[in-house]
Design a protein around this ligand. Sequence first.
Ligand code: PBG
Ligand code: ZN
Length: 327
Amino acid sequence: MPIPQLIQRPRRLRRNPAIRRMVRETRLAPENLVLPLFIVPGQGIHKPVQSMPGVAQLSIDEALPIAKEAYDLGLGGIILFGIPKVKDSTGSDAYDQDGIVQHAIREIKRFLPELYVIADTCLCEYTDHAHCGVIRANEVDNDATLELLGRAVVSYAEAGVDMVAPSGMMDGMVAAIRRSLDGAGYVSIPILSYAVKYASAYYGPFRDAAENTPSFGDRRSYQMDPANRREALREAALDVAEGADMLMVKPGLAYMDILRELRDHFDLPLAIYNVSGEYAMVKAAAANGWIDEARVVMETLLGFRRAGADLILTYHALEAARWMVAK
Ligand code: PBG
Ligand code: ZN
């Protein structure tokens, strides 16, 4: 059978690695990745998180060498979650100048001044009920929480943080935090808003890591309904109007359509959170020999970039950066 004259041949540009590399549309580099770290008080503590192989709760001294590796590998930065010794009803360690995360920021910045350090900003790791805000009449009191978030970010700024990332899905949190930072003279500290955060079962393993499973109810009165797409655009628009410098979508894999939607509608840099449950599934399949872990991880991270993410928060950050450097 004669070959048609007008056949289109996209395969010409896939023939060998050299040409594939030249026409590649999306790239993934260590600077696109941010490593989350869970910091606990004490010394010499490296307590593995059962459901997240390779992830541990770390005391500050144990976190320093890991932060150093993150820096040496050229990661975009790290994001810190603090787990205090004592939790209380208002999460006071979150905004205590002497709190766990404030100490961690100070020591990491002293040891590695150029490593970019982001502070996750929420109350749920610090409250005894583990909700993301203070409780009044069995509900999370939005506006009372804003005041505390404002104090938290100023304490992080005083400790030397580079960026704050409010994750509690309180209405008006970006404006409140911007006002507090500016009022304290920290006009140059950017806000990465978890603008679009869904109430997700994929956070399961994180709740072991951060010990923040709500003692009653769930987070559906403040985190978004997974069914909603238009609402994501509205949440993002509000945060832009309130002064967010970057926007985040969370979780990642099941919400890549939302990330693309934001990419098409907003011009701010975007982040995505490749959350604990997504990490746990890959680790479990890999431990069983069912997938090629490195290839699956790199394909997933590249997928986030293709969908529109500038920045990817991921527990795979160190290993992925090592694979990139080795290649
Ligand atoms: C809480 C917070 C959560 C995560 C980051 N910040 C959990 C939650 O909302 O229950 C999840 C991260 C992950 O699953 O990796 N503000
Ligand atoms: Zn929270």
